[in-house]
Design a protein around this ligand. Sequence first.
Ligand SMILES: Cc1cc2nc3c(=O)[nH]c(=O)nc-3n(C[C@H](O)[C@H](O)[C@H](O)COP(=O)(O)OP(=O)(O)OC[C@H]3O[C@@H](n4cnc5c(N)ncnc54)[C@H](O)[C@@H]3O)c2cc1C
Ligand code: SF4
Length: 554
Amino acid sequence: MSDAPERESMEYDVVIVGAGPAGLAAAIRLKQLAAEAGREVSVCVLEKGSEVGAHILSGAVIDPIGIDQLIPGWREKGAPIDTPVTKDLFYFLGSAESFRLPNFIMPPLMSNHGNYIISLSNLCKWLGQQAEALGVEVYPGFPAADIVYGESGEVRGVVTGDLGVARDGRHKDSYTPGMNLLGKYTLLAEGARGSLSKIIINRLGLHHNREPQKYGIGLKELWELAPEKHRRGLVMHTMGWPLDNATGGGLFMYHFDRNLCALGFVVHLNYRNPYLSPFDEFQRVKTHPRIRQFLKGGKRIGYGARAITEGGFQSVPKLAFPGGALIGCAAGFVNLPRIKGSHNAILTGMMAAEAAFKALGEGRANDELTEYEEAYKGSSVWRDLKRVRNVKPLWSKLGTIAGVVAGGFDMWCNQLFGFGLFGTLKHGKPDHACLKPASECKPIAYAKPDGVFTFDKPSSVFLSNTNHEEDQPVHLVLKDPSIPIRVNLPKYDEPAQRYCPALVYEVVEEPSGPRFQINAQNCVHCKTCDIKDPEQNIVWVPPEGGGGPNYVNM
Ligand SMILES: Cc1cc2nc3c(=O)[nH]c(=O)nc-3n(C[C@H](O)[C@H](O)[C@H](O)COP(=O)(O)OP(=O)(O)OC[C@H]3O[C@@H](n4cnc5c(N)ncnc54)[C@H](O)[C@@H]3O)c2cc1C
Ligand code: SF4
């Protein structure tokens, strides 16, 4: 007899996992099409955050092409998109100096003219309200924990996470088994490194004949600047210091709203030195005079971190599978040099919705939405990614200075002539395979935080409003619990201690020897451990519903 709990089921035409820009755009588009055709289509959206937007962390400078197509009247409807970009600056940093790269040498596609600085978290809240007004059932606090398969292996829906399970697996008084949410089509909109998306990509081999997906970790702080330092509409990017030439990444600073500044730092997760701490590199960059001048007299009011997809064109997996599809960053549609993915998340959500709506109209169910895959190949998203496809591989192979010059040249060629000189370059190894042994690398000495410009991890996590029910199974699952101390510690000085931006992983010295400790309650759901662990031993699974960060204005 199976010990699986009895689960109630609910049926929908379309089940969507994730209330980010991709999932909400798909839901809204389905309802718009149904209203236009005078048909009924039932749609639900599951979101693991305590409310829509609670787990959304982005830059964000958005290209309005996505929202323009989804809700053309967004201005009149009060969308929280009200800071147009007015100035676009790009610097290369040395340890004390900085060199401005003139805008005319940047390929036009890099220009932020016509874009807006927003909080993507707030935009998602607003999109959630638009979706609900159209009749979409949006369920925040409900993670999709597993996939339901039909007899032929087709996806039939998802199972929501059980509630009230104790750390040791015991059922507490509050135990409530998750439900089966069944759909004729299931759209996975979980964002970068989605947990169910990872399962389905591997199970169905959706990544075959593609380059491995590449990632960065994006750390972000929200600052309230002194009014005289705030330049509403200013967008600034840097690269170079404090990262060495072999490590990709850079800073973004976006001045928006009233005295708010989104300050973030991305480190490409193919970095090699296991002693590197992305969090501490971020703290370090803020001490540069070019950055520090803006922060003087200001106050840090928010913190968070999230992985960002960087593989682009050559890493996009097969999108459709029997019973559903991957949309948004679950598939990875970020244009890396532009650091923009939310417009493509919206557009791919809309394309999948249109394909699902057509299929439903033809009486189809749980088959492959090949129309979506075809629509993607003829779309602006495909063109957006194709013309920048070599920037990331060139950066990885040649280092920051030569790589960015070569990448810029390739983007100019693509923009002017419609083709580049390099064909389509490969990414090479997945990020987890890029670390060198610690014995071949130099430890990095990071300065103590000053509590004014630079901070430690505990006070940062505090600002992310992260909260998890303490008595629940650890949601960072080790396939083999011995690996951190037996393999990772001697070989890489256990890099999880440093790549995790929330102090979840610690190596604690005890009389019996070192012990690997997981402080799961701190987790901000960035997914970096699932990506970067060199042995691929850490599996991130959704914790009990509503757990995780509660981002405000991120
Ligand atoms: C630091 C950083 C800076 C960025 N800057 C920019 C920028 O300036 N401009 C830009 O356009 N793009 C930017 N991006 C990229 C942009 O944020 C993404 O492309 C975009 O958010 C992708 O949207 P999505 O809907 O696919 O996924 P997400 O926005 O990640 O949303 C996914 C949602 O699904 C939920 N979810 C995940 N798994 C489950 C589950 N199993 N069950 C239930 N819910 C689940 C999550 O909680 C989340 O709410 C940036 C990204 C980062 C990390
Ligand atoms: S435990 Fe993993 S997912 Fe959670 S914050 Fe740390 S690196 Fe990110």
